[in-house]
Ligand binder design. Structure first.
Ligand code: ATP
Length: 497
């Protein structure tokens, strides 16, 4: 992960936001290559989800919506995470990420230890318990620790659990609900009547505009409304680079189905679609898994939620959530606005509120997943054929920030440079490409490998003196072959879509 974060900074993929002022926790900027990569992820999703399907339309709704939207959706009352404060250090923790355990010696509780969630929380708590027993010189048999998070702490335990910041008990507060929506004021007044929110998800835009789309979009059930846009959550503990941030981008789609439709079948079809789509942009199947939320943890209206999980270097984590939400959202907005959100069924001559399947994914989480999966350190021969370490991003050509680098073999030979520039100009009309004439050819290849450019073409003397072909060098296999211009364009047409 450290190598990846360093590469992301060094090669201009991701920067800390406001870095010259010390950064702002939970906010990130995307540099020149990062902006290209992110745009490609978005474009692939939009093309596959919206343009290449007949049953889905795209919209773009505003980030700040009427505050009543968030009351009806349940976000004002319930979009919360459990928060624990340390009164001494002023640190704040998400209660479900702060773990504790009783230190039990010879069957008696002699104290408590705590640890922040990590890949080895139980191991850390066990080590802390052993150290506690040693420091307090307690004699007897230590029981294996049983880790719980702070949402499970009994009221009388809270005062005994040490704060991770100070190591001392007595300063942690009981968990309380912390609403994650960013508040703002619309207009010149700064009172409650002007209070609004930055949207914490894009989905509500699709529900609130449902009738507008039905009345204007010539859509018929089943159909979907898709949107890509920024969302904002005041996460208590943003972490793991861009995995959990406070400003991020979502790609969400609401797929509306008949109230009598087989929702489970449709849900499964969307799980399969999302999984295949991730594979189509280069994520390895071996890193993907599914997690079905247990029934007892679902919201009362939810019929089922399955997350597509990705094996990040810091653990297996949610990448894409696919939820069957019944007709809860449209029903809520109908009740709160007084405007029916129904569709007329020609077959039964009845009106009904459609049900919905919602695949919701974060662009930044996909961005991080593709970088993690693509990052490889291997070996490549240098100019003299000696093997040296090479860093390579094995990005799919679909999403790679640059598709081709055009390299004249020598920069002081006008004919080579002229032909290279001509090809570069032609490619540039359709693709993000790069022209590089500086340095030894091997070093130029290596620079492209590190940023994931799938192909380099080298213009050499054969190109200008013989048949016009040039060398195509492939990033992953490092193999080279001669091709002509038409073949290069055909290759790009096939691989970059
Ligand atoms: P988590 O449990 O990880 O907080 P969530 O279940 O609250 O996520 P959803 O509300 O289902 O997430 O949001 C849909 C998608 O948006 C997630 O699957 C994830 O890809 C993305 N996402 C959610 N929160 C963040 C965040 N803070 N930073 C980046 N992406 C996010």
């Amino acid at each position: 992960m450290d190598n990846l974060v360093a590469l992301a900074k060094r090669r201009g993929f991701v920067f800390q936001s406001s870095e010259i002022y010390g950064g702002l926790n939970g906010f990130f900027d995307y540099g020149p290559l990062g902006a290209e990569l992110k745009k490609n992820i978005r474009d692939c999703w939009w093309n596959d989800m919206v343009r290449r399907r007949d049953d889905i339309v795209g919209i773009e709704t505003s980030i700040i919506m009427h505050p009543k939207v968030w009351e009806a959706s349940g976000h004002v009352a319930g979009f919360t995470d459990p928060l624990v404060d340390c009164k001494v250090s002023k640190q704040r923790y998400r209660a479900d990420q702060l773990f504790f355990a009783a230190v039990i010696v010879d069957g008696k509780t002699v104290g408590y230890v705590s640890a922040l969630e990590s890949e080895n929380t139980a191991g850390e708590l066990q080590a802390a318990a052993e150290s506690f027993k040693r420091k307090k010189a307690v004699q007897g048999q230590l029981s294996p620790v049983h880790a719980k998070d702070m949402t499970e702490a009994q009221p009388d335990e809270i005062a005994l659990i040490p704060s991770p910041a100070t190591g001392e008990p007595g300063s942690l507060t009981p968990p309380r609900a912390f609403n994650m929506m960013f508040e703002t004021y619309v207009g010149a007044l700064r009172d409650d009547s002007a209070k609004s929110y930055l949207r914490p998800e894009t989905a509500q835009g699709m529900f609130v505009d449902f009738k507008n789309v039905v009345d204007t979009g010539r859509v018929r059930l089943p159909f979907g409304i898709a949107q890509i846009g920024k969302s904002f959550r005041n996460e208590i503990t943003p972490r793991n680079f861009i995995f959990r941030s406070r400003e991020f981008e979502q790609m969400e789609m609401e797929y509306f189905i008949h109230e009598d439709a087989d929702w489970a079948k449709c849900h499964q079809e969307w799980i399969d679609w999302c999984r295949s789509w991730l594979i189509s942009i280069g994520l390895p199947e071996s890193h993907l898994s599914l997690y079905a939320h247990p029934k007892e943890k679902l919201a009362f209206y939810s019929k089922g939620t399955v997350d597509i999980m990705f094996k990040y270097p810091f653990g297996v984590q949610e990448l894409w959530g696919i939820a069957a939400r019944g007709n809860y959202d449209l029903g809520q907005h109908a009740a709160a606005s007084g405007k029916p959100q129904e569709i007329f069924d020609e077959a039964t001559k009845k009106k009904f509120v459609p049900h919905v399947i919602e695949p919701a994914v974060g662009v930044d989480r996909i961005f991080l997943a593709v970088l993690c999966a693509a990052y490889v350190e291997d070996e490549a021969p240098d100019e003299k054929g000696k093997l040296e370490k090479r860093t390579v991003l094995r990005l799919s050509p679909r999403i790679a920030p640059l598709k081709v680098a055009v390299l004249p073999l020598l920069k002081n030979k006008d004919a080579l440079v002229a032909r290279a520039k001509e090809l570069y100009a032609k490619l540039k009309r359709r693709y993000a490409v790069f022209y590089d004439e500086a340095g030894a050819i091997g070093r130029r290849y290596r620079r492209q490998d590190e940023i994931g450019t799938p192909w380099c073409v080298t213009i050499d003397f054969e190109t200008i003196e013989k048949d016009g072909t040039f060398t195509l060098r492939e990033r992953d296999s490092m193999t080279q072959k001669r091709i002509n211009e038409a073949e290069l364009f055909a290759l790009l047409e096939e691989q970059v879509y």
